[in-house]
Write a protein that binds this ligand. Sequence first.
Ligand SMILES: Nc1ncnc2c1ncn2[C@@H]1O[C@H](COP(=O)(O)OP(=O)(O)OP(=O)(O)O)[C@@H](O)[C@H]1O
Ligand SMILES: [Mg+2]
Length: 271
Amino acid sequence: MNTRTIAFANQKGGVGKTTTAVSIAACLAENGKRVLLVDLDPQANATSALGLQKLEGGSVYQSLLGTAPLAASIQPTAFENLSMIPSEVDLAVAEVDVARTENYLHRFRLALQPIHDSGQFDFIIVDCPPSLGILTMNALGAADRVIVPIQCEYFALEGLAVITRVIQQIRDSGANPVLELSGIVMTMYDGRTNLAQQVLAEVKKHFGMKLYKMAIPRTVRLAEAPSFGKPITKYDGGSYAAWAYRQLAEEILERESPNSEGVGVAGKEGN
Ligand SMILES: Nc1ncnc2c1ncn2[C@@H]1O[C@H](COP(=O)(O)OP(=O)(O)OP(=O)(O)O)[C@@H](O)[C@H]1O
Ligand SMILES: [Mg+2]
């Protein structure tokens, strides 16, 4: 039984990591996949986006320190096939406490191992905080793949260069030899602007096939959904945004089903 762990990461804030992680988790679940969404961000945005409470002691924090099994933190959600490990503000302290432990970059991997081995989930989706701190590095240490959401703005490419280098370093240093960039997702895309088209062209030029074809449109429906505690597929399932995320989920499934060959690391094939 194969479980695929995908981290949604970008050190830049507000680029659509949480919206994309939550929406893709929901789409995969809708597709019949058994999904665990892990909120690794002390802001706990993914937790509230699915209508879960931020409970003290309910996050990955204790498990990162090795004092509680991570499986005990798994919560059901109101949505079929979708479970979650919520976050809470205490997780902010983890950056400091985990840094003092041995193997501090592998704490999440160790904590996740029994859940991974149990085969109870097809996908583990990890929403990362906007930094390259201990929590994000732990996510990258545990993941098989990384999906990088980017906003269509001038600095997006510089940010991409940083995170792709970090992924490479983590893989090459042996910290996580299987880690690979799954792909880049354009978020809050408005094709009518020149900037959006320019950024899209640049990302295509540098990353080729690694760019997921479906660009997520900028729409207020996606910004509204979290306040109802529902993913877009439940908040407005017939919307263009829901359709776009379903399309993206199809692409991700094609690329990341455990037996698929994916896209070459260089990512320029077929470009
Ligand atoms: N496609 C979209 N159209 C309109 N608004 C969006 C879209 N995607 C995300 N948003 C909104 O933009 C804001 C930032 O999105 P989100 O929280 O997903 O980014 P993030 O990268 O997780 O942020 P952080 O770095 O703080 O964790 C949120 O208010 C969200 O509702
Ligand atoms: Mg977020």
